[in-house]
Design a protein around this ligand. Structure first.
Ligand SMILES: Nc1ncnc2c1ncn2[C@@H]1O[C@H](COP(=O)(O)OP(=O)(O)OP(=O)(O)O)[C@@H](O)[C@H]1O
Length: 474
């Protein structure tokens, strides 16, 4: 049961940046760049996007395999992760602002700065290789500065610095830095993996993409599965045996499997072992990171069904990571779509498939095959090109709630466009609902099939136009 009043997991402005390379080749990979979402208790939340968009990093940062760069994660109401980059940047910006303000309050320095700025502008305009020109400009600057200094010496009263105002600014800066440092200290405390936090983190378990490399080949299945309990302090062999045997049965294996090694199992069975290992500690939240992508197609449905069944029976909350929207649709209550470290759209599964707004979501949807030969024949894979947004400095996008519960990354202009899009779809829906008033005869065969498909009319794809109209008028 989903409890919308209980946000089990809250991810706030999370950033995970990796430094790669060194020296001149140093690069910052923004694997996650300011994403926010929450997962209600009892919900399955699907996180989708193509390879490299940051889904796995999101899961790994939540369970603290990585230290978050910035932002926060709350679990069961407690902050379990807090990055510090934001505070560090605040301090840096405050120091810069202080410097600028002090300059404004010191007319003598300001006057010299003005001369320097003018020269810098001229220098930027000339050919950088022309040493002569540069030398000339710098000589002119030195002369001007000497003149300014002379003037300052002659009229010291006109160039008095406002020392009391500067003192006030300095104090303000000191206080501000102190407050930010206190926040950094607080953040580091809640970011630790000791004490209460360690216990809390035990209640989040993850199942991994690759069931082969995530199981230690030198441990028996029983040792693998019971490890979480042993770490939590359980030493009674009988209790461990009982719990392992029980969980093996829950995931569709048998107690005899406990004494074997991972290599003796098939891919699907190994993933069942991974699921058992995660579930034995009775987690509140399960993060399933592409749990079926490494499995044979024939096994995928079995593992998905098992997860679905366990989710219902154990009232689990699941963060389900996948690149395939069709799997997520079947499984998730809400879906978040990620593109290059950003969340671009988030809403209920039904709404996302009915009213996708972001062009990237549309492109993912267009890639899902439709089991209808006529539709499939004319289906166009729609390729997303991020250039189409054409964002300028003032028109930067933000994550906007465009209708209750439906969020999309959009600029102000795009918000208006998406609102229009939604409104026109509403009109179509109203018309479709008043079926007697629709002019079916004016519609194309494909449109009729689309409506018939939505209404789940059996065998619609084989019907003629007249038969479809007859069915739709019923
Ligand atoms: N430890 C790391 N150090 C440096 N870069 C990393 C690290 N982990 C991930 N990245 C980079 O961060 C980006 C996001 O990777 P991530 O694995 O989270 O994506 P993904 O959407 O889960 O992809 P996949 O489905 O292939 O696992 C990629 O560009 C990746 O190369």
């Amino acid at each position: 049961m989903i409890d919308k009043n209980n946000e089990l997991l809250v991810v706030k402005n999370l950033k995970q940046h990796f430094n790669v390379g060194s020296g001149k080749r140093k690069l910052v990979v923004k694997a996650i760049d300011d994403i926010s979402f929450s997962v209600y208790k009892g919900e399955v939340f699907g996180l989708v996007g193509e390879s490299g968009c940051g889904k796995t990093t999101t899961g790994r940062t939540i369970i603290k395999l990585y230290n978050a760069t910035d932002g926060e994660v709350y679990f069961e109401g407690a902050r379990i992760t807090a990055g510090t980059q934001g505070y560090i940047e605040n301090i840096k910006n405050a120091k810069l602002e202080y410097k600028n303000n002090v300059l404004k309050l010191t007319p003598a320095k300001m006057k010299i700065k003005e001369v320097e700025n003018k020269t810098a502008k001229k220098l930027a305009q000339i050919d950088s290789k022309s040493k002569e020109e540069r030398g000339q400009l710098l000589r002119e600057q030195a002369e001007l500065i000497a003149g300014v200094k002379e003037e300052i010496r002659n009229k010291p009263n006109d160039y008095q610095a406002d020392s009391s105002a500067i003192k006030r600014l300095k104090n303000e800066l000191k206080q501000y830095i102190k407050s930010q440092k206190a926040l950094i200290k607080e953040a580091r405390k809640s970011d630790s993996v000791k004490g209460e936090n360690a216990k809390r983190l035990q209640r989040i378990q993850m199942i991994f993409q690759d069931p082969i490399s995530s199981l230690n080949p030198r441990m028996t299945v029983k040792e693998i599965i019971s490890e979480g309990l042993v770490i939590a302090g359980e030493t009674d062999k009988k209790v461990l045996d009982e719990k392992v045997n029980k969980i093996l049965q829950v995931v569709g294996l048998v107690p005899e499997h406990g004494s074997r090694y991972p290599h003796e199992f098939s891919g699907g069975q190994r993933q069942r072992i991974g699921i058992a290992r995660a579930l034995i500690v009775e987690p509140e939240l399960l993060i399933a990171d592409e749990p079926i992508s490494a499995l044979d197609v024939s096994i995928q449905a079995q593992v998905i069904n098992l997860l679905k069944q366990l989710q219902e029976e154990l009232d689990l909350t699941i963060l389900f990571i996948a690149h395939d929207l069709s799997v997520v649709k079947y499984f998730s209550d809400r879906i978040g779509v990620m593109y290059f470290g950003k969340m671009v759209e988030l809403t209920t599964s039904e709404e996302l498939f009915k009213n996708p707004l972001h062009p990237y979501t549309k492109s993912l949807l267009s890639a899902i095959p439709i089991p209808d030969p006529d539709v499939e024949k004319v289906r166009k894979r729609f390729v997303y090109n991020p250039q189409i947004h054409n964002y300028d400095e003032e028109g930067q996008p933000s994550f906007v709630e465009i209708k209750p519960g439906h969020f999309v990354l959009a600029s102000e202009k795009e918000v208006l466009k998406y609102q229009e899009e939604l409104a026109s779809k509403e009109i179509i829906n109203v018309v479709e609902n008043k079926s007697d008033k629709i002019k079916y005869n004016d519609m194309t065969l494909l449109d009729l099939k689309r409506i018939a498909r939505d209404r789940k009319i059996v065998g619609y794809y084989k019907m003629s136009k007249q038969d479809l109209i007859k069915q739709l008028k019923k």
